[in-house]
Design a protein around this ligand. Structure first.
Ligand SMILES: *Cc1c(COP(=O)(O)O)cnc(C)c1O
Length: 433
């Protein structure tokens, strides 16, 4: 399989190069040259398959010859080493819980898959691979955990001091070893700006391979298809489900759409958004108008110009009617989000995090227009990641899962820096020596 850049000005590359580069040199996103079709056998036998076999089958055509069979199997087993249970909330809505991984967010699978692929590629690379990320919270934790102790890689995470939750900070700063946390005395935009400057800095390039681990990387994007197949492997109903996905950069839902083009039986995709609703408006009006993002309580979805929108356009040949056939979209304010958390806790004794609450709202709206159908919401974060919002609404403390207790007791290790590029650069140079 080859990948082309959606900006069309960079050469095609294989899985290895696309994964190492992240983004094409012309700044375009990579897209697979063709969409593989799943065999009827694979689809009809999903129910009997374990998650590692499902993951292997889905990723094999995308990886091609870049990773040998036994190695890809090992990577898959490692990336999928936790549970993805499908739980019934009520008669028509089921929740696919994607938050049982090490950092309690759905980004764990993509980050783990990417880190292990890069770790494998690093073995044949002369230089070390340096992964540089700016985070507002969730991405950094999943990346830190995913790359922890992966040979041949060093990870440098820039996060805004005092602006991430306690759990998130522990996940960024508690590991040590090849994970370096830079605590920036500024906001997320400062972190993002300095990461961008580092990527264009020729001095740094002499010291090692610098790459990013953000969600446009094909390894992160494509491996998310596995969620939808794992959901189907647990689906007991006769008709295919609708999927409602809480969306920010639209990587997750875009992976689901790709899986459905490969043959995964799906009724409809519903993109649930917070007040950053450019996609909802696009479905309504046909006009795509990106905006500056606004802050909400579902902050991992605070995106004003979703990076994967161009992939959705590519998939459906820029045809709004085709997109509307596959996708619906609804948006919710913070107030509505809080109401949903409260109602679902009261009515079904099920605790939603703010992101998943928006998915629940989206599914309810869709079901009103499509009575008698059933659907699955993707639960993207554990409510514990947003205690200040959720505990106030449900009126009790959320239990800390066993595997998180350990990191909560770890010692914070961070390098504090002003939001000045020269300062950050000298820290980077020290790490890269
Ligand atoms: C990143 C994130 C999202 C948004 O996912 P996209 O793939 O960017 O659409 C939703 N919920 C949570 C909890 C997240 O961390």
């Amino acid at each position: 399989m080859k990948y082309y850049s959606l900006n069309c000005r960079s050469p095609k590359v294989d899985f290895k190069e696309a994964t190492i580069l992240g983004q094409a040199p012309d700044k375009g996103l990579y897209f697979p040259e063709h969409i593989p079709l799943w065999s009827k056998d694979f689809i009809s036998s999903l129910k009997g398959l374990d998650k590692v076999s499902i993951g292997y089958e889905i990723m094999k055509p995308f990886v091609g010859d870049c990773i040998p069979k036994n190695e890809l199997n090992k990577i898959m087993a490692d990336a999928l080493s936790f549970e993805f249970p499908l739980k019934k909330i009520n008669d028509s809505i089921y929740s696919l819980e994607l938050f049982h991984g090490p950092t309690l967010a759905f980004k764990d699978l993509g980050a783990r898959f990417l880190s292990r692929c890069l770790g494998y590629f690093a073995q044949s690379q002369e230089k070390k691979i340096y992964v540089l990320v700016a985070t507002s919270g969730d991405t950094g934790g999943a990346v830190a955990d995913g790359f922890y102790k992966v040979p041949g890689t060093e990870v440098i995470i820039l996060y805004p001091s005092g602006k991430v939750s306690e759990v998130q900070e522990k996940q960024l700063t508690g590991l040590g070893q090849n994970i370096h946390a830079l605590e920036v005395k500024g906001d997320f935009d400062d972190c993002q700006r300095m990461v961008k400057m580092a990527f264009t800095d020729q001095d740094l390039k002499q010291h090692g391979l610098l790459t990013s681990a953000n969600s446009i990387n094909i390894s992160r994007w494509l491996s998310q298809q596995i969620y939808y197949a794992i959901a189907l492997s647990q689906w007991e109903q006769e008709t295919p489900p609708a999927f409602c996905v809480p969306s920010g950069n639209f990587g997750n839902i875009c992976a689901g759409l790709l899986a459905s083009l490969s043959g995964l039986p799906v009724n409809q995709f519903i993109a649930a958004c917070n007040s950053n609703d450019v996609f909802t408006r696009y479905i309504e009006s046909g006009n795509y108008v990106p905006r500056v993002s606004t802050q909400t309580i579902s902050n991992a979805m605070d995106v004003g110009d979703p990076s994967n929108f161009v992939r959705i356009l590519e998939m459906f040949e820029h045809n709004i009617d085709t997109i509307r056939n596959h996708m619906s979209s609804y948006a919710f304010s913070d107030l509505q989000t809080e109401e949903i958390i409260s109602n679902v806790y009261k009515d079904f004794n099920y605790i939603l995090d703010p992101h998943t609450a928006i998915a629940f709202g989206g599914m309810l709206q869709w079901l009103q227009k499509n009575p008698g159908q059933k659907g699955i919401i993707l639960s993207t974060a554990h409510p514990l990641k947003f205690p200040s919002v959720v505990e106030k609404i449900i009126g009790k403390k959320i239990e800390v899962p066993k595997h998180v207790e350990k990191i909560m007791q770890s010692e914070k290790k961070s390098i504090i820096t002003e939001p000045i590029y020269e300062d950050v650069k000298s820290i980077l140079l020290e790490i890269m020596h």
